[in-house]
Design a binder for this molecule. Structure first.
Ligand code: 5GP
Length: 201
């Protein structure tokens, strides 16, 4: 039986989850990133198959019809989803890290209640607004919509197992690493090894 962890990093857009998720994944052995499918076009240096699987609306819809997603959601006009194939593949390799929005995290909670679900909080709503402004890719109307959605998302914190305030990036990364390391050492996950040590001849 695979006793791997499913770790979700979630939170409102602009809170820094992708940066945190990427840094944590790169720093912990045995932790694999679940690459999502999306219909949004690639940004900057994003690479197909590493950051996302970039697909057309049509292809995404077909995947929904074929039941190929564990969860999917529409985020600001684009479709995003975690495929069963991706999750199974990464789960076979070890622990899996998902960087998904709050709707997605709620679906994962239903399917995998034992998952570790971390919600990132901004230091304040004012700070989140400033971060969103700095990104510079949103109109004032979109900003209001995003901020409203962010508050809705933050209010779902009771569905998460851990809350981390992202005030200082390095500290946030260390905290998330510690949570995962702590989870890996829970007795039920260590029991097999403990028994082997005790009973080995
Ligand atoms: P971005 O376009 O900035 O990369 O991502 C937009 C939002 O979609 C982020 O909140 C990101 O976490 C979320 N997202 C990325 N992949 C998935 C996914 O597979 N499922 C869900 N529900 N959200 C996702």
């Amino acid at each position: 039986m695979n006793r791997g962890l499913i770790v979700v990093i979630s939170g409102p857009s602009g809170v820094g989850k992708t940066t945190v998720a990427r840094a944590v994944q790169a720093s912990l052995d045995g932790l694999f990133f679940s690459v999502s499918h999306t219909t949004r076009p690639p940004r900057g240096k994003e690479v197909n198959g590493r950051d996302y699987y970039f697909v057309s609306q049509e292809e995404f819809r077909k995947m929904i019809e074929r039941g190929e997603f564990v969860e999917w959601a529409e985020v600001f006009g684009h479709l995003y989803g975690t495929s069963k194939k991706e999750l199974e593949e990464k789960f076979r390799m070890g622990d899996v890290l998902l960087d998904i929005d709050v709707q997605g995290a709620l679906s994962i909670k239903k399917l995998y209640p034992q998952s570790v679900r971390i919600i990132l909080f901004p230091p304040s709503l004012k700070a989140l607004r400033e971060r969103m402004l700095k990104r510079g890719d949103t109109s004032p109307e979109q900003m209001e919509e995003r901020l409203k959605k962010a508050i809705w998302e933050l209010k779902h914190y009771p569905h998460f197992t851990h809350i981390v305030k992202n005030e200082d990036l390095e500290r946030t990364i260390r905290t998330v690493q510690s949570i995962i390391i702590g989870e890996r050492h829970r007795r039920d996950r260590m029991e097999e090894e403990a028994r082997r040590i005790i009973w080995e001849k």
